[in-house]
Design a protein around this ligand. Structure first.
Ligand code: ADP
Ligand code: MG
Length: 269
């Protein structure tokens, strides 16, 4: 039996922030691993053509490998494109290959181009169950991220504790409002996570305080510290949990995943 509480219904969370390098992928893979390690069934969907999440989770994603592109563009059933993460029991991955870079163009004239991922997940849930779906997005607000926002219930925003941290978030919030109004009424910002926190700098603490003022309910107590182990794990095809479980970075992600599971869905905006 799971050590973390199971949600009443699958929670579909999109990890988004159109700033690059803020810790989206790192957060998506390590939260996914933390939830799976808590005994929950987790599906990670890689929607970034860079395929960094697929790399970190050690699933094949060479050009031509079946993955997110085929699901979105060719409407291949999700179950036919999902791979098991060899490192983490309970974690499945829809991999992204570089082919996905062509998906924005492949979809431009397609019918229901914004709802392809949602339809794929709906069909998947007719026959299969997972507790969590985490979607890792590219650093842009194009058609791929739009598909993720339309398919999701919740948004998880990683914020790096640096200058201009909240700048990109404003644009994302506007996009969320647009999507809410037109394509996905149920979408809400549920979770903010502070990443790459360096406790030695005053700036990091100031940014963290500012984020907590803006997102008082959404921001997790747990802060992810800047840590070499977190950064180097992907080059070994590992999450930081499987790479160095005792490291501060791994323990922070375990705690953050626990917090997400324990507090459940808390509707906000
Ligand atoms: P994004 O997906 O938003 O572009 P990434 O998750 O790829 O961001 O992170 C950007 C870079 O920062 C990567 O090289 C990653 O390894 C590194 N990184 C992320 N989180 C941490 C952390 N807590 N400590 C140290 N390095 C980190
Ligand atoms: Mg990324």
């Amino acid at each position: 039996t799971p050590s973390l509480p199971q949600p009443d219904a699958p929670r579909i969370m999109v990890v988004a922030n159109q700033k690059g390098g803020v810790g989206k992928t790192t957060t998506a893979v390590n939260i996914a691993a933390g939830l799976a390690q808590g005994g929950l069934r987790v599906l990670l969907i890689d929607v970034d053509p860079q395929g960094n999440a697929s790399t970190a989770l050690n699933v094949p994603h060479d050009e031509g490998t079946v993955g997110t592109y085929e699901v979105l563009v060719d409407q291949l059933p999700l179950i036919d494109a999902v791979a098991r993460c060899p490192e983490v029991p309970g974690l499945w991955v829809l991999p992204a290959t570089i082919d996905l870079a062509g998906a924005e163009i492949g979809l431009v004239a397609a019918v229901s181009r914004e709802t392809r991922l949602r339809s794929a997940l709906d069909a998947f849930f007719d026959d299969y169950y997972v507790d969590y779906v985490l979607i890792d997005c590219p650093p842009s607000l194009g058609l791929l991220t739009l598909n993720a926002l339309v398919a999701a219930h919740e948004i998880l925003i990683p914020i790096q504790c640096e200058y201009y941290a909240l700048e990109g978030v404003t644009q994302l919030l506007r996009t969320i409002d647009l999507v809410k109004g037109r394509l996905n009424d149920g979408l809400m910002l549920s979770t903010v996570i502070l990443t790459m926190f360096d406790g030695r700098t005053k700036l990091a603490s100031q940014v963290a305080d500012e984020v907590r003022r803006h997102f008082a309910r959404e921001t997790l107590e747990t802060v992810i510290p800047r840590s070499v182990r977190v950064a180097e794990a992907p080059s070994f095809g590992q999450t930081v949990l499987t790479y160095q479980y005792a490291s501060v970075g791994a323990q922070a992600y375990v705690k953050a995943a626990g917090e997400i599971a324990e507090r459940g869905v808390t509707p906000t905006i």
